[in-house]
Design a protein around this ligand. Structure first.
Ligand SMILES: Cc1cc2nc3c(=O)[nH]c(=O)nc-3n(C[C@H](O)[C@H](O)[C@H](O)COP(=O)(O)OP(=O)(O)OC[C@H]3O[C@@H](n4cnc5c(N)ncnc54)[C@H](O)[C@@H]3O)c2cc1C
Length: 383
């Protein structure tokens, strides 16, 4: 197997770029919604066949074993190519968790089918009354014999309708303090007692679901880590991946669309339009340089990003929303059409991109929560 870390950065970047150009389906680039499994399974199979499905996993577990610096290059290229997002919870979250904290049996049982795409995972953390305040979750798992019996409900579970398995946080001790009575469990979605109800979002797409557990069972060997210690495991997942939620790719892509629209319609002659476009361009430049600064921290081999990384998430999501709002406005009447409209040598699907930008201020920790983090841990303001 190739040792990617032995290549110099520019050669590696060239290899990644070539790979995406040669193998990624054109029709899936820059999708304005999350593709379903049936649409991306061939792309997954291609990545798997080339051993490219898990860039961050160690090579002994079937990954590419990339160093943080190489991983960053990989993700930069993947993002700038507009590669399709696969149902990647197993690759991004569960796999690294099992590699670090799972038993050898769990690793043997779950890692190979997670790589091959036989097992598709979804993340069951949020509940109807536990989102930002996740530790107040109430889905309960009671150990009876060798099995946990799970009752409760998870919500906003992305791609649960395509998943074969779910990893979830469940309360295993109601008497303990909030964070201390939670365990981390894995379950087969085909177990009896699990019902999945898709939720239609504002754009009319079913990307997430509510999942109900009605005395659904999972063997105790499917608990990762110790009983009641699941909270710290879940927290450990929020490693340096948080930086990627602040990638400037969406802003850069939508800004390029806006510039194409401006060129086609001669909008730059309008001083109000050009002023706003330049402002958005500067905002995106600011974002790119803040992103580069955090990326540099990673490149230096430090895996811990400070609480100031919250700034990146806020700036990326809000700039993305501002650009999509202004694009809609600039389209005039055509801004009411939810379809891909021809514009120069490309198409613009402004309404769906606008919708796509809306939840960005929610997922990955809402922007208000990110501002709280900045206030408390960076500015040291009082509670
Ligand atoms: C597209 C999308 C995909 C998702 N996918 C998943 C998934 O796969 N798995 C999963 O488990 N979850 C998923 N989520 C859920 C996501 O993690 C939650 O939406 C998020 O944590 C916020 O929780 P909430 O929706 O319950 O909002 P709430 O926590 O109820 O917040 C409502 C509002 O109150 C504000 N607020 C809350 N607390 C405070 C506070 N202390 N100070 C100031 N303001 C506050 C929030 O910022 C927000 O504006 C997804 C969400 C979205 C939008």
């Amino acid at each position: 197997m190739q040792d990617w870390n032995a290549l110099d950065d520019e050669t590696f970047r060239g290899e990644v770029r070539r790979f995406f150009r040669e193998h990624h389906p054109q029709s899936l680039r820059y999708a304005s919604r999350r593709p379903r499994w049936r649409e991306v399974r061939d792309w997954w199979a291609t990545l798997y066949r080339h051993n490219w499905i898990a860039p961050a996993w160690p090579r002994e577990h079937g990954g590419m074993g990339l160093s943080p610096a190489k991983l960053l290059i990989f993700i930069e290229e993947q993002e700038s190519y507009g590669a399709a997002r696969t149902p990647d919870q197993g690759i991004i979250n569960l796999g690294p968790l099992l590699i670090r904290y799972g038993t050898p049996e769990q690793q043997r049982k779950y890692l190979p089918p997670t790589l091959s795409g036989e097992y598709i995972w979804c993340q069951g953390y949020s509940e109807p009354d536990a989102g930002s305040d996740l530790a107040s979750l109430r889905t309960e798992a009671v150990l009876k014999g060798d099995e946990y019996v799970v009752n409760g409900s998870k919500i906003w579970t992305t791609m649960a309708h395509d998943a074969t398995h779910i990893f979830l946080l469940a309360r295993t001790d109601k008497q303990a303090k909030k964070q201390e009575g939670i365990s981390f469990l894995m379950m087969d979605m085909r177990s009896s007692g699990i019902t999945v109800r898709p939720i239609r979002n504002i754009a009319g797409h079913e990307e997430f679901c509510q999942v109900f557990f009605d005395s659904a069972r999972t063997h105790r060997s499917n608990r990762v880590g110790e009983q009641n210690r699941g909270w710290s495991l879940a927290k450990a997942l929020l490693g340096f991946e948080r930086i990627f939620i602040g990638s400037p790719k969406y802003c850069q892509f939508t800004l390029a669309q806006l510039a194409a629209l401006a060129a086609e319609r001669g909008l730059m002659d309008d001083p109000v339009f050009s002023d706003r476009l330049v402002q958005l361009r500067l905002d995106t430049e600011d974002l790119a340089s803040v992103f580069a600064r955090f990326a540099e921290v990673m490149r230096n081999g430090s895996e811990t990003l400070g609480p100031e990384v919250s700034m990146l998430k806020i700036w990326a999501s809000e700039t993305f929303q501002r650009i999509t709002e202004f694009t809609l406005e600039s389209l005039g009447n055509a801004g009411a059409i939810a379809a891909a409209l021809p514009c120069g040598d490309r198409t613009i699907d402004a309404v769906n991109t606008f919708y796509y930008a809306r939840p960005a201020t929610f997922y990955g920790g809402s922007n208000e929560i990110q501002r709280n983090i900045l206030a408390k841990h960076v500015l040291r303001l009082p509670e």
